[in-house]
Design a protein around this ligand. Structure first.
Ligand code: PSU
Ligand code: MN
Length: 331
């Protein structure tokens, strides 16, 4: 293909991806063919993050889960777009070799939005957090994103100001994020307060879910700001959110499936222990979450990992259903 034609093609993709870049601005994303075609043809696309691959789970569970969740999206006629950075290039949708590269990279970085330009300069390989993934997905015109858990206000966050960039980003992107709530390693009450400040619409899915879920357990002690009964009602809420032209995001929390919530108490005890250890060892900043996830998995002899995998799959299933239904309303 001549340079000129490939240039025009690239611009067409960018236009289809929902954001026009000026002639003087380089397009910063590498879109997987299925994703750019899907966006052009108004097919539902579901964004997936990759810190979960690089820092959330050990190999080979990370790779297996990444491949399985993509398959779940496809089974629902939804195009998966795993977002991450390989050798300094931001990928939206990945080939299997690229997922393998991420899952096996031993010095992969954890990249929140602020880290993206640095990763491009140094050619880093890394997993994008919810904040970076959401920013990239929205820039490409992807409307729905599913993950396991999000970051939040850390315990003692009122002193340390350790408030995940995920919350701020939810305030700045009109995107729908499906998660299993907020881990009890965080201050759930303050996290919900902060989300209100950021104008984020938060609802728990399921008619028995009056409290906000706490990732490994179906219910925290904190009431959910709102509830929706079903995927259908969730999509109706998104439609109103769009009509109102609200610039911030929507967060849907899906409680962990009953079967895996059974070990919740044991996992909660392990979390308490890991949080104390992290504090004693002066583990700070973006190292806290990966440390606790790894330690809780050790302490529960793999139970937390099993629960983690099952809830992610469940969230991707619901996320795909939402993405599909929402797209049906748009066309
Ligand atoms: N919570 C989890 N699993 C995860 C993360 C959070 O249960 O893998 C990851 C997500 O990528 C999230 C990030 O965006 O950690 C938040 O990190 P921090 O708390 O440093 O903002
Ligand atoms: Mn932090």
């Amino acid at each position: 293909m001549s340079n000129k034609i490939s240039f025009l093609f690239k611009r067409l993709n960018q236009f289809a991806a929902g954001k026009m870049y000026s002639t003087f601005q380089r397009y910063p994303f590498q879109l997987h063919k299925s994703v750019s075609e899907g966006i052009k043809q108004l097919k539902p696309v579901l964004a997936l993050e990759s810190t979960i691959i690089t820092h959330g789970m050990p190999y080979p569970d990370n790779l297996e889960t990444a491949l399985q969740v993509e398959e779940i999206a496809r089974q629902h006629d939804v195009i998966p777009a795993t977002i991450g950075v390989i050798n300094g290039k931001v990928h939206v949708g990945m080939y299997e070799e690229q997922l393998i590269a991420l899952a096996t990279c031993c010095n992969a970085k954890k990249l929140s939005k602020r880290d993206l330009p640095v990763a491009c300069v140094y050619g880093y390989t890394g997993g994008t957090t919810v904040s970076a993934t959401m920013f990239i997905a929205n820039s490409c015109g992807i409307k729905v994103f599913a993950t396991g858990g999000i970051g939040g206000v850390h315990r003692m966050g009122e002193h340390t100001l350790d408030i995940s960039a995920d919350l701020k980003e939810l305030g700045q992107n009109p995107i729908t994020l499906v998660c299993a709530g907020v881990k009890s390693i965080l201050d759930i009450k303050r996290t919900l307060e902060y989300l209100e400040t950021e104008g984020v619409t938060v609802a728990t899915i399921g008619n028995d879910a009056k409290n906000f879920p706490a990732f490994f357990t179906r219910s925290s002690k904190v009431p959910s700001p709102a509830n929706v009964e079903s995927v259908n009602q969730a999509v109706t809420l998104m439609q109103h959110h769009k009509d109102l032209n609200i610039a911030s995001g929507v967060l849907f929390a899906v409680p962990i499936p009953n079967k895996f919530a059974a070990q919740g108490i044991e996992i909660e005890n392990a979390i308490e222990k890991a949080v104390c250890e992290a504090s004693d060892m002066n583990i700070e900043g973006n190292k806290v979450t990966p440390y606790i996830l790894r330690r809780v998995n050790e302490l529960t002899k793999g139970q937390s990992l099993k629960a983690n995998i099952s809830l992610i799959k469940n969230n991707v299933k619901i996320g795909a259903q939402i993405a599909k239904k929402y797209m049906q309303y748009q066309i």
